[in-house]
Design a protein around this ligand. Structure first.
Ligand code: ZN
Length: 106
């Protein structure tokens, strides 16, 4: 009998000011003016995962991928899975079908 154990690890590649809890405090128009920490934080995670031979799925915000294509390449080159976390972090159940389509396409 084979004992197969598997763990799943997912990461949201987004910045601290993009979380839903801060949506009222920081508008999307303000995002470009906020301190951008996601690159350094994600690179630190990549180092830690590399040291321990851990793979994860990185749900990446389109807004971040657009600003940091090199970061997305580093995640992919390290052997992790890239997944979509939407474009602008809008809760999917608040989107119209048109907005969902546009967010997904972007
Ligand atoms: Zn998120």
């Amino acid at each position: 009998m084979t004992d197969v154990r598997q763990n799943a690890l997912t990461i949201d590649v987004e910045d601290y000011f993009q979380v839903a809890a801060l949506a009222e405090a920081v508008s999307r128009d303000e995002w470009p003016t906020m301190e951008y920490r996601v690159e350094a934080n994600t690179e630190r995670l990549l180092e830690l995962f590399s040291e321990r031979d851990v793979k994860a799925t990185f749900f990446t915000l389109g807004w971040v991928a657009e600003r940091s294509p090199g970061l997305v390449r580093k995640i992919q080159q390290a052997g992790h899975e890239i997944a979509s976390h939407g474009y602008s972090h809008q809760l999917v159940y608040t989107q119209t079908p048109e907005v969902f389509r546009e967010e997904t396409h972007k």
